[in-house]
Design a binder for this molecule. Structure first.
Ligand code: 1CP
Length: 361
């Protein structure tokens, strides 16, 4: 395995459970503000493009050695405080046998979109026995990462439903919402099933050693607070509940919950069972802290587009996010959404260094 090529830089603390990322997520004092970047793997790195050449995305996600190496690349390069597993939110559906391709430059495309009650009832369930590749990848990663925590993740039921119903990426998610209103019972069954498979996927990662989990409800911001509360939140909560009891002997890892455009939903997103609420760039972190309350930490929220601007702007915006983040119970520095593909990787390294420099206690 090529992961022997360079050591992973080691952060403060000797065990991932005592890392700054986990401590900030729990609202405990930290040595310095932890930082990682959503979509830090597999976007802007030339070493990623080289390694992925000739392998389809969903094939790469099921190859433990490739997953290990791609996950480690940004940790080595940027000195970030966490790794995020190289995978995709549609992978549990693919492993369950649903015909989905990830088309380069487009995203997930579903061969037979879910359009009827019968389509919902015909969806296959995810057999945990088929996740051996994932457990191998996570175990290898935990061994390589030492004190650096690995974040496992899954797609939230609503965001996965948008892909299944629309058949691929979409802006308005109009068919999804129409199905939600027209077929409330089938909608609830669909989201129940997606919650079960997301929980299975997260359990496999935590049981193999992941130190935190993030539930991506990327597109939940298209919903009103009332619809989110009634028709979506209970299913997201079921994913977190599916991790089982907290406390010693349980899967006691911090839970991060993120969506884009969720300013109006921030208090509810926390209510689904998160320790950390991810915030996009639209709401300043001090205001987000007010909306979320003192019992949860925040993650975010530098506008990823800022990284394409000049260095003085980048530095000014990083300082602003760090300052506003001080209002939160705990702060994990991140972008407000994923790294844009055109981002200069050198800027990401600089941001990680600057956050550390500004916040070292
Ligand atoms: O750091 C990382 O890149 C980790 C791996 C990762 C993660 C966390 C990938 C690899 N995908 C994801 C999550 C993901 N996938 C989300 C939630 C995060 C977010 O909002 O950005 C979503 C919505 C998807 C779905 C998806 N998969 C899209 C978006 C399409 C849309 O609706 O706009 C795309 C483009 C993909 C493909 C994909 N996933 C990951 C990579 C590296 C790629 C590109 C595939 C390629 O290189 O061919």
């Amino acid at each position: 395995m090529s992961s022997a090529s360079a050591p992973v830089p080691s952060p403060a603390g000797s065990h991932p459970a005592d890392s700054d990322l986990v401590r900030a997520a729990r609202g405990l004092p930290v040595g310095r503000t932890p930082v990682w970047f959503m979509r830090q793997a597999g976007r802007s790195l030339p070493e990623y493009r080289e390694l992925r050449a000739g392998t389809a995305m969903l094939e790469a996600c099921q190859d433990p050695d490739l997953v290990t190496e791609i996950t480690l690349q940004p940790v080595r390069r940027h000195g970030v405080d966490a790794a995020i597993l190289f995978s995709d939110i549609v992978l549990p559906l693919v492993v369950a046998g649903i015909d989905i391709e990830i088309e380069p430059g487009v995203g997930p495309v579903v061969a037979s979109p879910v359009r009827s009650v019968a389509d919902v009832d015909a969806l296959p369930a995810l057999d945990p026995e088929r996740l051996a590749f994932l457990e191998t990848a996570v175990r290898q990663l935990v061994a390589e990462l030492g004190a650096t925590p690995l974040i496992g993740f899954a797609g939230a039921p609503f965001t996965l439903a948008t892909y299944l119903i629309e058949g691929g990426p979409s802006k308005e998610h109009a068919r999804t919402k129409a199905f939600m209103y027209a077929e409330p019972e089938a909608w609830s069954r669909l989201l129940d099933r997606l919650a079960v498979s997301a929980a299975t996927f997260l359990r496999a990662q935590v049981d193999a050693g992941a130190s935190a989990v993030q539930l991506f409800d990327s597109w939940a911001g298209v919903l009103s607070a009332a619809d989110y509360a009634d028709r979506v939140l209970p299913h997201s909560r079921a994913v977190f509940d599916g991790l089982g009891e907290r406390g010693p002997g349980g899967r006691d890892v911090p839970r991060i919950h993120f969506g884009v455009g969720t300013g109006e939903l921030l208090p509810l997103i926390g209510d689904a069972g998160a320790d950390v609420v991810g915030v996009d760039w639209r709401v300043p972190l001090d205001e987000a802290a007010r909306r979320v309350g003192p019992t949860r930490s925040l993650q975010g929220n530098l506008d990823p587009a800022v990284l394409l601007a000049d260095r003085a702007t980048v530095d000014r915006e990083v300082r602003r996010v760090v300052e506003q983040g001080r209002a939160a119970r705990g702060h994990i520095f991140n972008l407000g959404h994923g790294v844009l593909p055109d981002t200069d990787p050198g800027v990401l390294t600089h941001v990680a260094e600057l956050v550390h420099e500004l916040t070292t206690r």
